[in-house]
Design a protein around this ligand. Sequence first.
Ligand SMILES: O=C(CO)[C@@H](O)[C@H](O)COP(=O)(O)O
Length: 225
Amino acid sequence: MIAPSILSADFARLAEEMAAVGGPGRGADWLHVDVMDAHFVPNLTLGLPVVESLLRNTGTPLDCHLMIEDPDRWAPGYAEAGAHNVTVHVEAAAEPVALAKNLHAAGANAGLSIKPNTPLDPYTDLLRHYDTLLVMSVEPGFGGQKFMPEVLDKVRAARRMVDTGHLNLLVEIDGGINADTIEQAAEAGVDCFVAGSAVYGADEPERAVEQLRSRAADAFAHGHR
Ligand SMILES: O=C(CO)[C@@H](O)[C@H](O)COP(=O)(O)O
């Protein structure tokens, strides 16, 4: 799956930018929306009122990545608004099990994200309550950063736990994904790739999505033969 990150889109033309990457069946599978509060990360983007408008203007499922403090308080609002997947950071959530239950009760899938230096091991039991694991492959906060291949060990570990039935979730990766880096991520076992600058920085964003998808599919098959 490919989830273009609208962080790299033109914020004055978000409806057109979402349409430019297509939708289910042709183009983007999900649209990735980075919510940043200038506290959990040193950047400020958008919040619930904008997400509500985005939901009214697209049929593509929204994948909301909350890089915010106190997600226990704020994340359920994104689920109630109709986001398909709401991801919170394990480093910020106070009661992640209760939070996942609240997200499910509000009708969304629950995602848990880990920063590059956060280990996976302490959270594997917790992940049984989640539908998505978002492995950050850059320090969260900004688009256009360099991919950190060292996080792929966490992807491989998560993939093994999914393939052996210990976990039941999608493995997602975010940060520095482009035509050069997507193959190693796919070989490690990623299911869903977030890409911002590689999609919205391309001359033809929808074509960039399809190129990423085809490279990932070939590499995934290669890594799991
Ligand atoms: O969450 C983030 C950044 O914190 C990402 O979703 C970025 O939007 C990815 O941008 P690229 O690295 O693909 O340019």
